[in-house]
Design a protein around this ligand. Structure first.
Ligand code: 2HG
Ligand code: ZN
Length: 475
């Protein structure tokens, strides 16, 4: 704890406020909150706070502020950049949103859902589905990630190509400010020009400006038809050309357009039980394309067959399969969604969540691969991701026989080499995972000058004591 913070006084008060279910202090209970999904950071905390309501949360934050105690807000703890990692020195309390997990309302006329921050994304999707609607946010960690964290990091995911990023789905927010005040901005208006757009300030702020406690999200009609295909393609250039053809065929039908490399697919097939390649053999590059529509009788499968058949005749596709059932669709998506897990099981890895203009994705993959192979011979390059919006996860797995710690010690060198290519292609060093604790050091070079200065002023105005998620986002 920072000087002057008395836990002896604060913790009993927090327990009184939140009740025994609302505070964990035993090391065995707090441990799961102190390690991130990638196992890059292992910290220590005197307490995990688990309020059940916005009022409880606000009162707890107010108490912490009065005591000068720092807080790390935490949802599903699935950050790829240590966005919810707690410090090693025991100076920060974890604030878990997990108990605030109610879907408050779904309005099928306004096509909105009001939902609490601790609802797991998959549960939110299912609730929307039961109401005949689609919540189009879809990310690989949706079985654990919670709405609050998803919004605080402005997650992107598989459907950005059609519906935008998390921020594009937010109509309203409820936020607890660093001093414990509650801002209720749970409006569900599509037009509301009444000053600064505060909700967008909090989306993507990674828990450094306020704690998102609830949100109003936009919904869409649930698709009646879905068609998904897995294609083996000869090159990333062919994948890009195929994307262009799908767009020209029917841009509005594309719900996802994902790229995978042969190396990534190989890791999934090796490490993930039940994963099987539904093609005649392995390939160097793959595309997963999904069409969806709320229209009845659209026959999207025939549409997809038509586009893919012509692309095959022109040599853009070597082999392809279109799912015939929901189970086959899920099996194809599993090959894509298990990429991170397979990579984790394969050993130490360095991740680059980068974006470039869509047209430059093939060049990015080529040049970043050359740069990394020159630095670490035998390195396994695993580019995959959201080709349709230009966001590639240019991930790197240690050479099979290498020492994991020695490989990880070179993470900055590898990330900087990839980022040099990204910069040259007018891209971004963080597309959808945020900055967290891993990447603040990159901010001055990429966002320095007036941009970083503005961010610092905003932080200072909202959280002058620097108590919310210290050490994240800003250098
Ligand atoms: C995905 O697209 C996630 O599956 C995770 O953004 C990517 O492991 C990663 O780097
Ligand atoms: Zn992704």
């Amino acid at each position: 704890m920072p000087d002057g913070v008395s836990l002896d006084d604060l913790l009993p008060r927090l327990r009184q406020l939140l009740g025994d279910r609302g505070i964990l202090t035993e090391p065995a209970d707090t441990a799961p909150y102190c390690e991130d999904w990638r196992r890059l950071y292992r910290g220590h905390t005197p307490a995990v706070l688990r309020p059940a309501t916005t009022a409880e949360l606000a009162a707890a934050v107010g108490l912490c502020a009065a005591h000068g105690a720092a807080i790390v807000p935490q949802g599903g703890n699935t950050s790829m950049v240590g966005g919810a990692a707690v410090a090693e020195d025991g100076s920060q309390l974890v604030l878990s949103l997990a108990r605030m997990n109610r879907v408050r309302t779904i309005d099928t006329v306004d096509m909105t859902m009001e939902i609490e921050a601790g609802v797991v994304l998959k549960a939110a999707q299912e609730a929307a589905d039961e109401a005949g609607c689609l919540l189009p946010l879809s990310i690989s960690s949706e079985g654990s990630a919670q709405i609050g964290g998803v919004l605080a990091t402005n997650a992107g995911g598989n459907n950005t190509v059609r519906y935008g990023n998390a921020r594009d789905l937010v109509l309203g927010l409820e936020v607890v400010l660093p001093d414990g005040q509650v801002w209720n901005g749970l409006r569900r208006l599509h037009k509301d020009n009444t000053g600064y757009c505060l909700r967008q300030l909090f989306v993507g702020s990674e828990g450094t400006l306020g704690i998102i406690t609830a949100a109003v999200l936009k919904l869409w009609p649930r698709p009646r038809e879905l068609a998904v295909a897995l294609c083996a393609v000869p090159s990333a250039d062919a994948a890009l050309e195929l994307f262009g053809r799908c767009q020209r065929h029917d841009a509005a039908a594309i719900q996802a357009f994902e790229y995978m490399s042969g190396a990534g697919m190989e890791l999934v097939l090796r490490h993930i039980p039940g994963a099987a390649l539904p093609l005649s053999g392995p390939a160097a590059h793959y595309v997963l394309v999904e069409f969806a529509t709320p229209r009845d009788g659209a026959d999207l499968k025939a549409e997809l067959e038509d586009v893919l058949g012509r692309a095959m005749a022109d040599g853009l596709i070597g082999d392809a399969v279109i799912a015939e059932s929901g189970a086959q669709r899920a099996a194809i998506w599993k090959l894509r969604e298990e990429h991170s897990e397979a990579q984790k099981r394969a050993g130490a890895s360095v991740k680059n969540d980068i974006s470039v203009p869509v047209s430059k994705v093939p060049e990015l993959i080529r040049r970043a691969r050359a740069a990394c192979e020159a630095l670490v011979p035998g390195i396994v390059c695993v580019p995959f991701g959201h080709l349709g919006d230009g966001n590639i996860h240019f991930n790197l797995v240690q050479p099979p026989a290498a020492d994991a710690a020695a490989f990880l010690a070179r993470d900055h060198e590898l990330m900087d080499a990839v980022n040099a290519v990204v910069r040259d292609l007018d891209g971004s060093f963080s597309a959808e995972h945020g900055i967290g604790r891993l990447k603040p050091y990159m901010m001055p070079e990429w966002r320095g000058g007036a941009e970083l200065e503005l961010m610092r002023r905003i932080k200072q105005a909202l959280d002058p004591l620097g108590l919310l998620n210290p050490g994240k986002l800003l250098p």
